[in-house]
Design a protein around this ligand. Structure first.
Ligand code: SDX
Length: 424
């Protein structure tokens, strides 16, 4: 219900528009009535557009605040595990002990993939980018569940959630094994979620493999820090795909495709490539200058954000985790971490970055931890996609749980007016 009103005056005509307030964040002007006045709004890149209402995640970019169902990300990363966060994002509340046990059990029961899916990998070159494989195999999941595709039923929506949460790590680890020419490892359901992923990534059939609890905890924290982030590019893609009635597996595959870009989830891979290219703290000023040069397309990867104009709270937790993991692994003097810390320090003192409010984002430190764990750079965005699957699913679930319409943005047309095709 509108509690305020905005008035728009166009060509001497006054148009009253309702204004709504949320529980947190800016008010929104409901512009749906403009179309009958022959007007559209114009907002390329959706800088100031609320595409939906949602109760899942809130970001205050000015204060560096990130809440999932009201809980601060810093507290979630410290106090609960990733599957608790999955439950909360889906159902709105953190699980009780019994609810957590049931949820973990349901996820464990779905960790294997259909044996036929293994053959999909053989169609790819061994050096195929794992994100290309993930786009393919996640979309293909829907081909295996014809009996459960009536997503108007909550039961089938929940089963799809369990399947996606449980199978993404299996499919991701299979990408890595395929690239290594090693056999796929079946899930080991006696392990927790993060340990099972690391087991499928690094174990071989030849000998026992024991997962480091430190690394498993860091992995679980990385999953939590990437779980959801409001209406970002890939989540908006999933919502738009879902608005056509597409099945959740296809929608998640569309999210994976959108996430791959270096301006979005592909940035973690790009950060590591950038730090490797910089190579020495002495060369940092050269790259800072490139990032500031309008004529140079180079951007400081891992810096800047559409919403955060203060620290990305996830980057702060990630940096602390980075310190812990590198120290535990005995590589606290990792040269790339030294370059990253120095780069952050210099950039945050540089007027260009200060006035444009460019701070490190979630992707700046994550790659250094993943590399220290032994995960190859090409797998970084796959880890992001695995973690974000619950966020994508929760937004899809929230959208189809209410009456919805197909998303159909309009445009400002600047092409030729109607003209006739010339006679031959
Ligand atoms: C993610 O939306 C989300 O929530 C995404 C995400 C999630 O969890 O889903 O948080 C994950 O995608 C994090 C962002 C990862 N991407 C990068 O680290 C790539 C580097 N960053 C930039 O490409 C950029 O900052 C974006 C894409 C993140 C944000 O782009 P915007 O909001 O469109 O900002 P912009 O490009 O208009 O930049 C504003 C100004 C520009 O200068 P002017 O035209 O005003 O003179 O800041 C400059 C830009 O040139 N700028 C940078 C910069 N980022 C912005 N200059 C140098 N280096 C950078 N990194």
């Amino acid at each position: 219900m509108a509690d305020k009103q905005a008035t728009l005056s166009v060509d001497g005509k006054t148009i009253d528009l309702p204004v709504y307030s949320g529980t947190l964040g800016p008010d929104v002007v409901d512009v749906r009535g403009l179309v009958k006045e022959g007007l559209f709004t114009y907002d390329p890149g959706f800088v100031s557009t609320a595409a939906c209402s949602s109760q899942i995640t809130f970001i205050d970019g000015g204060k560096g605040v990130l809440l999932h169902r009201g809980y601060p990300i810093e507290q979630l990363a410290e106090k609960v595990d990733y599957l608790d966060v999955c439950y909360m994002l889906m159902y709105g509340e953190l699980p009780s002990v019994e609810q957590a046990e049931d949820f973990h059990k349901m996820v464990r029961n779905h960790t294997m993939v259909h044996e036929q899916l293994n053959h999909f990998y053989n169609g790819f070159r061994r050096d195929a980018h794992p994100m290309a494989i993930m786009c393919g195999v996640v979309g293909a999941l829907s081909a295996f569940y014809h009996d459960n595709m009536d997503f108007s039923k909550e039961l089938y929506r929940e089963i799809a959630a369990y399947r996606l949460i449980a199978k993404l790590p299996t499919l991701a680890a299979m990408c890595y094994k395929y690239s290594m020419g090693q056999p796929f490892m079946y899930p080991n359901n006696s392990l927790d979620y993060a340990s099972n992923f690391l087991y499928m990534m690094f174990a071989t059939p030849c000998e026992e493999y024991v997962v480091s609890p430190t690394i498993a905890k860091a992995m679980d924290k990385i999953f939590i820090l990437h779980a959801d982030h409001e209406q970002n590019a890939s989540t908006s893609t999933v919502r738009l795909a879902g608005s056509s009635g597409a099945n959740p597996f296809a929608c998640i595959a569309s999210g994976i495709a959108a996430l791959w870009g270096p301006a979005h989830g592909g940035a973690n891979e790009a950060v590591l490539n950038m730090l490797t290219e910089i190579g020495d703290v002495e060369r940092i000023p050269e790259f800072i200058a490139k990032a500031k040069d309008k004529d140079d397309p180079f951007r400081l990867m891992g810096f800047g954000h559409r919403v955060y104009k203060n620290f990305d709270p996830r980057a702060k937790v990630m940096k602390e985790t980075c310190d812990q993991v590198l120290s535990e692994l005995g590589c606290a003097d990792d040269p790339l971490f030294a370059i990253a810390r120095r780069l952050e320090q210099i950039a945050l003192e540089d007027p260009y970055f200060v006035e444009k409010k460019l701070y490190p984002n979630v992707d700046f430190y994550s790659g250094i931890i993943l590399r220290a764990i032994g995960i190859p750079i090409s797998m970084f965005t796959v880890i992001f996609a695995m973690s974000r699957t619950i966020g994508w699913f929760s937004h899809w679930h929230e959208m189809i749980g209410e009456p919805y319409r197909i998303g159909r943005p309009r445009q400002l047309y600047t092409g030729p007016v109607q003209r006739d095709v010339p006679d031959k």
